[in-house]
Design a protein around this ligand. Structure first.
Ligand code: FES
Length: 143
């Protein structure tokens, strides 16, 4: 069996939503201290809906595929739905990732959360800090 699913390979080779949004109103950047990979998510939020989302990922193929799939999953969706997106849902949508690559999908979940938090802060919207508590310390990696 191939190590990576066809969907992972497709999103790695043809990533969706790559780039930056100049007038983004929410930006989130996270890194994995162990592998050194970095992911940045740009959101354009309008009326609580993610009108546009783009990403820049300096990292492994699984991180690029995860960013691509995660942005597809939250585009056009309410912020509340984006906050519920888990790394497992991203990996499932990619038809799975090898166990030792699951932490790459965690970057996508964290970067989206951080971008939403940044939007709330910039817009002066009160938010539940509990929901963002684990952003820089996920359970999947050991840093
Ligand atoms: Fe670093 Fe995949 S190895 S995010």
């Amino acid at each position: 069996m191939a190590l990576y699913s066809e969907k992972v390979m497709d999103h790695f080779k043809n990533p969706r939503n790559v780039g930056i949004i100049e007038d983004a109103n929410g930006v989130g950047e996270v890194g994995n201290a162990k592998c050194g990979d970095i992911m940045k998510i740009y959101l354009k939020v309008e009326n609580d809906i993610i009108a546009d989302v783009k990403f820049e990922t300096f990292g492994c193929g699984s991180a690029i595929a995860s960013s691509s799939m995660a942005t597809e999953l939250i585009k056009g969706k309410p912020l509340s739905q984006a906050l519920e997106l888990t790394n497992k849902a991203v990996a499932e949508a990619l038809d799975g990732l090898p166990a030792y690559k699951m932490h790459c999908s965690v970057l996508a979940e964290e970067a989206i959360k951080k971008a939403v938090q940044d939007y709330y802060i910039r817009a002066g919207i009160p938010y539940d800090e509990e929901k963002f508590r684990n952003i820089d310390c996920c359970s999947e990696c050991e840093h």
